[in-house]
Design a protein around this ligand. Structure first.
Ligand SMILES: Cc1cc2nc3c(=O)[nH]c(=O)nc-3n(C[C@H](O)[C@H](O)[C@H](O)COP(=O)(O)OP(=O)(O)OC[C@H]3O[C@@H](n4cnc5c(N)ncnc54)[C@H](O)[C@@H]3O)c2cc1C
Length: 503
């Protein structure tokens, strides 16, 4: 009996699961998930991620049970677990999806490959996204992405031979506490069932307001697809999402529903970005720790001010929209793209914090933490990629644009609930007596002057960009990692730079 081990990682589903499909063609399948305590001690991990995963594992277990063999859940160091299981099952091969994770999972995967070699066991890895291994440049990448998404989904195995009885504990992560322990009362529910409900509700009803609805933190909560944690932990297949989106878009076009078709175009583009960003980390794993453009090395490293970091991470910078977003994120484990960008931009430009600590804090707060997207976005919003336009978000302008009726800020900053609307985004303009009268006395004064801080940041970054050799390295970054979408003309680029001041 040649047992095939299927190792589940960030692919917690049975639908469109190629390792499961391939393994089940070859012999009896032992489906395995390993909780690795050492991983959960990493500074980018948190309990909210574990809680989401635990819900996914429960659904995965039930799905596998229905096929005939439930999920085997182990806790321990991966190589020890493999040694132990192999003694009992003498498996012939391990099947898993490729993972582009953080440095820790990269090293763990290297160790697993070496163990397989020593033990004479085949290790079959299959791509689950449009991310391509061992790629040196980006030419032709989009075509490969399209080809992957157009392939038929992997078939569901008919039945699985029962090898052993398995049961999931109600609190599977109790022996592996995560680094981040902040409560997350408003977290999205995990699992295959929850994922497909979110996808259906998006494609059937919510998608129509996607374009235009995802910038404000108020409307984005329902206008956004909210699929990010399901994509991050694989409770839904990205290929299925792409295919269903395109079917829906074709239908919208056939009935001349331009609004819905336009929104789905926007959404489709983001599904492409998902892999575009992860591909960058796949090619440059050092992006987790190092500036994408090394010409920025030394720019912020020695300027870290813990008191500013603390004010930012606790939602007490004195800038209402920044603080409201941080508090909302802490509560929900999710925030829309524009406000994530603003939080990061505020930390990097206004507070002049090196991106690494803020990135780790956000990673812990995001239920949908995906290293490839995350570190690239954090660096983009900090100006350290060398190939993107600087976007320094003005926290007062953003508040006026995205929360014109002051609803979001008042909801998340109760200290400002009674402040008159015209002062709600700039409470520092209230007189002392007025401040006390409105009950805003406990709300902090701004930790920096945002206009002066932004001016200083732009100037300092400009100095680094003018260094000799900067442009040559930027071109190399663009060649290796940059998008091959048509570049704007020189005139349009100038316009974009001018517009960037208005963010
Ligand atoms: C500083 C910063 C950090 C981020 N960290 C993460 C992260 O750890 N995990 C994560 O999934 N997203 C991250 N994003 C991207 C984006 O903000 C989230 O994907 C999005 O807000 C999730 O909400 P949604 O599922 O409703 O997204 P939708 O707008 O409905 O997008 C659908 C899917 O497309 C992908 N996507 C959307 N926007 C982007 C983008 N700009 N770049 C790459 N992929 C994208 C995601 O998988 C998302 O679920 C980050 C953005 C910023 C600015």
């Amino acid at each position: 009996m040649s047992v095939q081990l299927v190792w589940f990682k960030r692919d917690l589903r049975i639908d469109d699961h190629r390792p499961l499909a391939e393994a089940s063609r070859r012999g009896p399948v032992l489906p395995l998930y390993v909780i690795e305590p050492e991983y959960w001690r990493e500074p980018d991990t948190s309990r909210r991620q574990q809680d989401f995963i635990a819900e996914c594992l429960a659904d995965l277990h039930h799905g596998l049970e229905r096929l005939g063999q439930g999920l085997l859940l182990e806790c321990g160091e991966m190589i020890e677990v493999l040694d132990r299981l192999h003694q009992r099952w003498r498996f012939e091969a391990i099947h898993a999806h490729e993972e582009t994770g953080n440095d820790w999972t990269f090293r763990r995967d290297v160790a697993v490959r070496a163990w397989c070699k020593r033990a004479g066991i085949a290790f079959h890895e299959y791509p689950q996204f449009g991310v391509v291994r061992a790629l040196s440049g980006r030419d032709g990448w989009s075509r490969q992405w399209e080809a992957f998404m157009a392939e038929p989904a992997a078939p569901l195995p008919g039945t699985l031979t029962r090898l052993l009885e398995t049961q999931l504990r109600s609190d599977p992560f109790s022996a592996a506490p995560a680094h981040g322990q902040l409560d997350c009362a408003g977290r999205q529910r995990g699992g295959i069932q929850a994922g497909s409900e979110v996808l259906n509700s998006f494609l059937d009803c919510r998608a129509v307001v996607y374009r235009g609805g995802i910038s404000s933190p108020l409307s984005a909560e329902t206008a956004g697809s909210r699929l990010s944690p399901h994509i991050a932990y694989g409770s839904l297949s990205l290929r299925r999402i792409v295919q269903r989106t395109r079917e829906r878009r074709a239908h919208a076009r056939s009935v001349d529903d331009k609004r819905l078709a336009g929104s789905l175009n926007h959404f489709d583009q983001r599904l492409h970005w998902h892999c575009h960003f992860i591909q960058k980390l796949e090619q440059r794993p050092d992006i987790e720790f190092q500036n994408v453009h090394r010409g920025f090395d030394g720019m912020r490293e020695d300027d870290f001010k813990p008191e500013l970091f603390q004010a930012w991470s606790q939602g007490r910078t004195g800038y209402p929209l920044v603080d409201a977003c941080m508090r909302f994120l802490t509560h929900h484990g999710w925030l829309n793209f524009r406000m994530r960008a603003m939080l990061m931009s505020f930390a990097a430009y206004h507070l002049w914090l090196h991106w690494r600590e803020p990135a780790l804090h956000l990673a812990r707060l995001f239920t949908d933490y995906e290293p490839g997207i995350h570190y690239n976005q954090c660096q983009m919003q900090s100006g350290t990629t060398g190939i993107n336009t600087l976007r320094i978000y003005n926290p007062v302008k953003q508040a006026r644009d995205q929360d014109p009726d002051t609803v979001f800020v008042r909801r998340w900053i109760p200290e400002l609930a009674k402040v008159p609307a015209q002062r709600c985004f700039e409470p520092w303009k209230l007189g002392l007596a007025e401040r006390e009268q409105c009950g805003a006395g406990d709300y902090p004064q701004p930790v920096v002057d945002h206009q002066e801080a932004a001016r200083q940041a732009r100037m300092r970054i400009g100095e680094y960009r003018r260094q000799p050799g900067f442009r040559a390295e930027a071109q190399e970054v663009q060649r290796r990692l940059g998008s091959r979408r048509r570049q704007p003309s020189k005139g349009k680029r100038r316009e974009a730079v001018a517009q960037s001041r208005l963010f």
